[in-house]
Write a protein that binds this ligand. Structure first.
Ligand SMILES: N[C@@H](CCC(=O)N[C@@H](CS)C(=O)NCC(=O)O)C(=O)O
Length: 220
């Protein structure tokens, strides 16, 4: 059994759940979710033994007696294990190369500012501090500039890694959605100013994996 340790409320655990569902994995049949008792659990020695940075999620593959952390690595590991077509094969050199390029784009050009905006405008209050609005504004401007490049890329291809949907498209969902909600990334839904980006965003937010993940979240 694959056991995912983390909270569905966390964006990184949500990224894994979204991709698991999109790959056709079923909760409690193909994998289990081991939710946290308390958020502070991630700082305890038992957690740190599996995720030494004190973050969620991590995955235990009981069959292989193997532990892996980092949401994107967990997803790629499981995709390779089950042979998901959402992960290009290394033998398809060009598809593999552009997929890895897209993974770096997502992590460095998208997630970095998107994460920082969310940290200031949303997560700060959970850590008992005021969000730094000036820092959020700086990152909003940076993300806006980068999303213009996304719009150009998506004018030439359907998805971030070419004309086929891959896992990297789904990697964007949790932080993208949170940023749409808090006003961090208006370009994602701006069909007039960013038609290609908005077309892509509309499509990826309609994917069954994302819809199924949303169903796990509290309604409000
Ligand atoms: N790059 C890691 C980031 C993990 C991460 O930052 N997780 C957050 C929840 S989304 C967390 O555990 N934060 C608690 C903390 O850093 O104190 C991944 O993708 O798994």
């Amino acid at each position: 059994m694959l056991v995912l340790n983390g909270s569905p409320l966390s964006t990184c655990t949500g990224r894994v759940l979204t991709c698991f569902f999109q790959m056709g994995l079923q909760l409690d049949k193909d994998f289990k979710l081991a939710p946290l008792g308390d958020f502070a659990d991630i700082y305890k020695p038992e957690w740190l033994a599996n995720q030494p940075f004190g973050q969620m999620p991590f995955l235990i593959d009981e069959e292989e007696q193997y532990v892996i952390f980092e949401s994107r690595a967990i997803i790629k590991y499981v995709a390779a294990k089950i042979g998901s077509p959402l992960l290009p094969k290394q033998s398809d050199l060009k598809a593999y190369g552009i997929f890895e390029q897209a993974c770096s784009i997502e992590h460095c050009n998208f997630d970095e500012p998107a994460h920082s905006i969310a940290a200031e405008l949303y997560f700060a209050k959970f850590h008992g501090r005021e969000g730094d609005v000036a820092l959020a504004d700086k990152n909003k401007a940076l993300l806006a500039k980068r999303l213009k490049v996304y719009d150009q890329i998506l004018s030439k291809q359907k998805y971030i890694a070419g004309d086929d949907l891959t896992l990297v498209d789904l990697f964007h969902l949790t932080y993208g959605n949170l940023n749409v909600t808090i006003g961090g990334a208006p370009a994602l839904t701006d069909a007039e100013g960013h038609p290609n980006l908005a077309r892509w965003w509309k499509e990826v937010t309609s994917l069954p994996g994302w819809v199924k993940y949303q169903e796990l979240l509290p309604k409000n």
